[in-house]
Design a protein around this ligand. Structure first.
Ligand SMILES: NC(=O)c1ccc[n+]([C@@H]2O[C@H](COP(=O)([O-])OP(=O)(O)OC[C@H]3O[C@@H](n4cnc5c(N)ncnc54)[C@H](OP(=O)(O)O)[C@@H]3O)[C@@H](O)[C@H]2O)c1
Length: 158
């Protein structure tokens, strides 16, 4: 199973200067809870924004370069298809955690999206890629103090 988690504003903004446009502890807690003990797919730029690999999670880091990361919970990969094939029909969940380039590459394979839609107006430079909302149905909506969590599930196709 392949899922995706992202925090965006109403204009689909997700990033600013290599980090998030907002500082929202409740959303970071939600991200931590959702991803805990799962496998993650992350782009090289987003990975480098972390101080260290996210604990208690296994990270597949996508890059074109031959970077080496000496951590038993990190694997550098060059071909997204490698992890897509591993998780697509598996009960184990791969969570795509961005950034924009990785969301764009993974979107065609994603079964479920966990969106945090932030209240307020922000500025930034990185946006979630366009996708066809008709391909997904809203499974649930949960209101938090300064954002809402919307879970989308890909519609079944016969
Ligand atoms: N709001 C959120 O929920 C959220 C979540 C995650 C990230 N973000 C934000 O998004 C921004 C970063 O996004 P980004 O799009 O600039 O970078 P990114 O997606 O994190 O990483 C891009 C890098 O991934 C590698 N890559 C991309 N496609 C590849 C492919 N098909 N094969 C192999 N490697 C590939 C390349 O690495 P190399 O250059 O090394 O080849 C590329 O430079 C930051 O501001 C971050 O804070 C926001």
């Amino acid at each position: 199973m392949i899922s995706l988690i992202v925090a965006m504003d109403k204009n689909h903004l997700i990033g600013k200067n290599g980090w998030m446009p907002w500082d929202n502890k409740e959303d970071l807690k939600h991200f931590r809870n959702y991803t805990m003990n799962k496998s993650l797919l992350v782009g090289r730029k987003t990975f480098e924004g972390f101080k260290k690999p996210l604990p208690h999670r296994f990270s597949y880091v996508l890059t074109h370069s031959d970077m080496n990361i000496d951590d038993e919970n990190v694997k550098v990969i060059h071909d997204i298809q490698e992890v897509i094939d591993k998780f697509k029909n598996s009960c184990d969940e791969l969570v795509v955690i961005g950034g924009a380039q990785i969301y764009a590459a993974a979107l065609p394979f994603v079964d479920k999206m966990v969106l945090s839609i932030m209240d307020g107006d922000y500025e930034g430079d990185t946006f979630f890629p366009d996708f066809d909302e008709n391909d997904f149905e809203v499974e649930s909506v949960e209101n938090k103090e300064s954002f809402r969590i919307q879970i989308l599930r890909r519609k079944e196709t016969i």
